[in-house]
Each structure stands twice: as C-alpha cells, then as structure tokens.
Design a protein around this ligand. Structure first.
Ligand code: HEC
Ligand code: HEC
Length: 474
C-alpha cells in the first residue's frame, strides 16, 4: 500500500526541468531520452489539470453560494416573496419578516458578509432584531445564506431569488445561534422551506400546477416542517403518505458524494443530473432539462401534463454552470466529527460489527459506505414501505452514504426522518435482518456511525493506492 502524499515521484532533475517550463522555454537537462520528453509533456499537462481544478472549485463555489439561475422571476416576480419580507412599511404586504422570525424559520446569517459597523452594533445590542428594516439591511449585505434580495436604485427591494446554499448550507454559530461562518454542503435541518414559501402573497404558480385551491397549497407547505422539502410534489401531486404524514423528505447533505453513483433518497440520478433537475424544476431557474422518464403520466401526472421532461428556456443560465457546480460539490469532504463527540473504543468495536455480525457493509461498503456500482434497493430489502420509492423512476431506495452523519442528527434518519435517533435505525435493522445484536453491540454501532467523517475514506489529504500511479523517471 502506498500513499500518494508519501510517494516521491519527481527526481531533482524533473523539478529542474519544470523551472524553464514555467518560464515558458525549455533547457536541455542532460538526459534527453524519449522517456524524459514524455515526462516533461506530462508535467505540462499536469499543470493544466491543477489550474483547471482550482478554477473549477472557485467558479463552482460562487455558483453554489450565489447563483440564482434567474429564479428571482419566480420567487420574486411570481410569488412576490420580497413583498412579504419587506412588509407594508417598505412597500410590501403584511408585517414584514423580522430577523428574529427569519432565524426562527431556520435562515442563517453569514457573519463574514456583514459590514464591520453592523457587527459592532450587533455585539453591543444596538440592532433591532424585531424590525424588518434590519432584514432588508442584511439582504443588502448579501449576508443571508442561500437567498438574494434585488434592490432598485433608491434602495427598495424589488425581487428575491434562492440558491443551492439555502438548503445545503448552514453556519457554525460562531457569532450567535444562526449567525456564523458558512458551512457549504451541510444540510440545513433547521430550515422550514414550506413555511417560508407560504409567506408568499401570491401562490398562483402552485395552485395552477397542482390544480388545488390556495388554502390547500398553504396547508401542504406548512405540513413539511423544519429540514424538509417535497421535490416530487410538483411531479405527482402526492402531498401525504397513506398514513397521513407529510410526503416531504429530509434535506440531505451535499458533501462527501465523491465516488457515489446515484444520489437522492430514491436514486434519481447522478450529481449533475440532479443539479439540472433542481435548478430547473424546483428552483425555477432558466435553463434546459431533459428526462423522458417524467413523461410517465401514471407515475408523474403533473410533470407529464406540464412537459417537465423537456424544458427549454429562452436563455440558458444553468447548463453552462453545471460542470463547475458538479466539481465544487465533489470537492466538499464529509466533515470529521469534533473530538470527544463519540466514544472511540466503542466505535472501534462498532467498526468490527459493521462489517461482521451486523452485516451493514454488505450495502454500506467502506470506505464509500454505499455500493460501488448500482446502489439501489427495493423497499422490502430494507424492510420499509414503498411510498417514496414509488414516487421515483426506479421504485427503489438508494443506499444512504453515511460519512458526516453526525452533522445531520436533527430531523431523524431515513428519507422521511421516521427513525428519530441512530439507535432506532439499528433496532430496525436488528429486527428486519434478525441480527440478534446485544444492547452493547447496538450502542457500539451507534458510536461507530457518529465517528464517520472523511478520514474514514482515506481522504485526510492522502489517497490510498495499491501501486504508484506516477511515472518514474529513469
Ligand atoms: C428548497 C431546498 C433545496 C434547494 C434550494 C436545493 N436542494 Fe438539493 N435537495 C433538497 C432535498 C429535499 C433533497 C432530497 C430529495 C429527494 O431525495 O427526494 C435534495 C437532494 C440533493 C442532493 C442529493 C444528496 C444525496 O446524496 O441524497 C444533492 C447533491 C443536492 N440536493 C444538491 C443541490 C444543488 C447543487 C442545488 C442547487 C442547484 C440544490 N440541491 C438545491 C433540497 C434542496
Ligand atoms: C440491504 C442494504 C442495506 C443494509 C444491509 C443496511 N443498509 Fe443502511 N440503508 C440502506 C438504504 C437503502 C438506506 C436508505 C433508506 C431510506 O432512504 O429511507 C439506508 C439508510 C441507513 C441510515 C440512514 C442514513 C440517513 O442519512 O438517514 C443509516 C444510519 C444506516 N442505513 C445504517 C445502517 C447500519 C448500521 C446497517 C447495519 C446494521 C445498515 N445500514 C444495513 C441500505 C442498507
């Protein structure tokens, strides 16, 4: 086993060869065999790869955090959300959204975006958190994570758009609860998406598509609760599970998906597939989206009727961004758990059980924690009902990647949060697979799950490889 970090593939001469290359010309360096020439070329292209990676990460981060893809025409233009945020006093409707109410709805504030003076005022308690004017000031500073207010020349809010970061980022609470530095890719399990949308004065965009009255739309939106969103509602119109609980699913993290084939709880597709799906159909950005599976009018009656399987906007503000967005997401590692947040001795025992007696590794294959290949299972295989699986093209559930699970302990586990705590998940498997785990063994498995971060993938800055992958210079 060799680790790339430890491997020393370049000889001194190779490094010297790079210097003239970087200066834009070549010098003979003793040995000019064909192998050497090949190596030089390779380093040249390697340089291009490295700078490409840097640029893609930078561009992708901007898109993930700040790009609305033109969706303000929907959230502001059609729904009028900015009017509810501003409130009557500032030319909108209703009481307006105070910062306290916004934080209560799970919106987060990026402390790095706040002007120095505002930070000082906040520290000294001089900011009125019950005044919508403060919310507007925060929006003007671009400090509310995942949303953008658009202001006209005289400073009045005229529209409002959303970003990926709204649902898939939170903050570290370093300044105050809900106020801190951005944590890109983390699931915002505090965010009450439904209640936020329900603030909108005009829900006609939803009543038209769902063909129900406004009161019904509002009560469905308010049934989701924190940390959940129903991405399939506008495809099939099914708001509730047969037992009457909400059809919304938990917001999953967007980190740690490198190496994972199918994503979303029900395996709709790959990362770039789903990014295009969400940006076009859910965020209502302007772009192109193609998936003939949505023409199935039994499974997706609304999508089939509305032609969601073949979307072509006049201008495409999504497709040119998909590559960098994909790249950035894949570069976000699953965060490592804080020290002392789990019992490491118990976690070690849990690791042995995970791949042994408890047989979890059959599906959650370490170090990816999903199957390499087609990572999907029928509802029977994991002992749960088929409701959500049947709302997707394959009728299956995707093996959930487990790294960084400690970041989303709020809201429960499995797609709808049906298991409140990790122990409930283990109890479920114990019963379904007749594992006959003792109570101590169950606790050990829980500690192991809590311990999973990127280190367990070998991605602590090193990549495990079986043999050197770098050409040796002879
Ligand atoms: C309104 C909230 C919301 C917004 C905005 C949003 N997502 Fe999601 N995202 C979700 C929910 C909910 C799911 C789970 C859907 C499901 O499985 O049915 C999801 C699933 C995902 C997943 C799959 C993770 C996994 O392994 O299951 C990724 C990746 C993702 N979103 C990335 C993005 C990106 C990139 C954007 C911006 C283009 C975005 N999301 C915008 C709520 C949101
Ligand atoms: C047959 C394949 C299979 C086996 C075996 C299996 N799992 Fe899973 N696991 C899944 C699938 C599929 C899901 C997603 C369920 C859903 O979406 O509702 C999942 C979900 C989970 C979740 C919830 C993740 C989240 O984000 O909510 C945890 C935790 C988990 N499994 C742990 C385990 C443990 C521990 C074992 C061993 C006792 C195990 N799994 C055995 C397939 C499997």
């Amino acid at each position: 086993m060799k680790r790339i970090k430890d491997a020393k593939p370049y000889s001194i001469c190779a490094v010297l060869l790079l210097i003239p290359f970087l200066l834009g010309f070549t010098l003979p360096c003793g040995d000019t065999s064909p192998v050497n020439d090949g190596f030089e070329d390779l380093m040249g292209f390697y340089g291009e790869i490295a700078s490409n990676a840097d640029e893609m990460i930078e561009a992708g981060r901007e898109i993930f955090r700040f790009d609305t893809f033109g969706d303000e025409e929907f959230w502001g233009g059609q729904l009028g959300l900015h009017r509810a945020i501003a409130g009557r006093r500032f030319g909108g409707v209703g009481p307006g959204l105070t910062p306290n109410k916004a934080l209560e709805l799970g919106l987060k504030v990026d402390v790095d975006a706040l002007p120095e003076s505002l930070v000082t005022d906040l520290q000294q308690g001089r900011v009125d958190l019950d005044d919508p004017a403060t919310t507007l000031a925060l929006l003007k500073s671009d400090a509310v994570v995942g949303v953008t207010g658009f202001f006209d020349a005289d400073g009045s809010i005229e529209s409002f758009g959303i970003q990926c970061a709204l649902c898939h980022s939170t903050v570290d609470d370093a300044f105050a609860p809900g106020v801190g530095r951005r944590l890109d890719g983390w699931a915002n399990r505090d965010l009450n998406v439904g209640a936020i949308i329900a603030l909108a004065p005009n829900l006609q965009a939803f009543t038209d598509v769902l063909r129900v009255d406004e009161q019904t739309v509002r009560s469905v939106l308010n049934s989701w609760g924190p940390g959940k969103f129903d991405a399939i509602l506008i495809l099939d119109g099914k708001a509730f599970q047969p037992d009457g609980t909400s059809g919304a699913t938990l917001i999953p993290p967007a980190f740690g998906r490198t190496g994972v084939n199918l994503i979303t709880w029900t395996g709709w597709g790959s990362v770039p597939y789903w990014n295009a799906f969400v940006a076009n159909l859910e965020m209502h950005g302007k772009g192109t989206f193609f998936d003939p599976r949505l023409n199935d009018d039994e499974k997706f009656p609304i999508a089939a009727r509305e032609g969601f399987g073949n979307v072509r906007s006049d201008t495409d503000r999504i497709t040119p961004k998909l590559a960098a967005l994909h790249f950035y997401q894949l570069s976000i590692p699953a965060p490592d758990p804080p020290e002392g947040s789990f019992d490491s001795e118990a976690a070690k025992r849990g690791e042995t059980l995970f791949s042994g007696k408890a047989d979890c590794a059959r599906c959650h294959v370490p170090p990816l924690f999903v199957e390499p290949g087609w990572n999907m299972h029928t509802p029977e295989e994991i002992g749960i009902d088929a409701f959500q699986a049947n709302r997707s093209p394959d009728g299956r559930y995707r093996t959930a990647p487990l790294k960084g699970i400690w970041t989303h302990m709020e809201g429960g586990f499995f797609h709808d949060g049906r298991f409140a705590i990790l122990l409930d998940v283990i109890e479920h498997y114990d019963e379904v697979f007749s594992l006959q785990l003792t109570n101590d063994e169950k606790d050990d498995l829980v500690e192991y799950l809590k311990s999973l971060g990127s280190k367990d993938s070998g991605s602590d800055g090193t990549v495990a490889v079986d043999s050197p992958t770098w050409p040796e210079k002879h």
